[in-house]
Design a protein around this ligand. Structure first.
Ligand code: URA
Length: 218
């Protein structure tokens, strides 16, 4: 499937081109897709993204017994994972991720976008108290200007987690460049990199306002 070139976007961008994800994303982009459909598809895509984003997570081996014999079997410590949702649309990704990482801890960061300056302003922050051995998956469907993502990563880094990965549904080249100019160490996972932003900071061709489409608030 043709994808925009990501070479000039740097190495730390993972474009997840799996056909199942691409197909579901196409349905999400359509203006006639219902709120219920949009919500279900975001959940399904997020489960599939969760599979990709956990690919390199360390496993430990525990001693178990099958009905036939003992063995050392690999396990992932789900409690070490913290899914942090950038409110409010990040909750759509959070819900899908939790389907496949049911033991993960959950954090929330509330940021609103000042419509004049497009800058992110924080109004809520709650994550587990001890973060030093936790792997953060930071979720926001739209990486547009990158301002919210930068503010969220700035804030999450203050808690000194073991690692941070950023997961979105759509990214604009500007958002990727801005986030990586400030935080080149944070890998970005996205199913697609779209063309550009419009003058209101929306991704083109995009899918519109992800929060409004997820919650039916428009
Ligand atoms: N936020 C959205 O919901 N959509 C965009 O296109 C950009 C930011």
């Amino acid at each position: 499937m043709p994808q925009p070139m990501t070479g000039d976007l740097g190495d730390n961008v993972h474009v997840i081109t799996h056909p199942l994800i691409q197909h579901k994303l196409t349905i999400m982009r359509k203006k006639e897709t219902s709120t219920a459909g949009f919500r279900r598809l975001l959940r399904e895509i997020s489960m599939l993204l969760g599979y990709e984003v956990t690919r390199d997570m360390p496993v430990t081996f525990e001693s178990i017994e099958t009905p036939l014999q003992p063995m050392m079997a690999p396990t992932l410590d789900g409690k070490k994972v913290v899914i942090i949702s950038i409110l409010r649309a990040g909750d759509g990704i959070r819900d899908g991720m939790l389907e496949i990482l049911p033991s993960a801890r959950v954090g929330h960061i509330g940021l609103y976008r000042d419509h004049e300056t497009l800058e992110a302003v924080e109004y809520f922050f709650k994550v587990p108290s001890e973060m030093s051995d936790r792997e953060v998956i930071l979720c926001d469907p739209m990486l547009a200007t990158g301002n919210s993502a930068i503010a969220a990563v700035d804030r999450v880094k203050k808690t000194q987690p073991k690692s941070i990965k950023f997961v979105c549904l759509l990214a604009a080249p500007e958002g990727i460049r801005n986030l990586h100019a400030k935080h080149p160490d944070v890998p970005i996972y996205t199913p697609a990199v779209d063309e550009r932003l419009n003058d209101k900071g929306y991704i083109l061709p995009g899918l519109g306002d992800a929060g409004d489409r997820l919650y039916g608030t428009k």
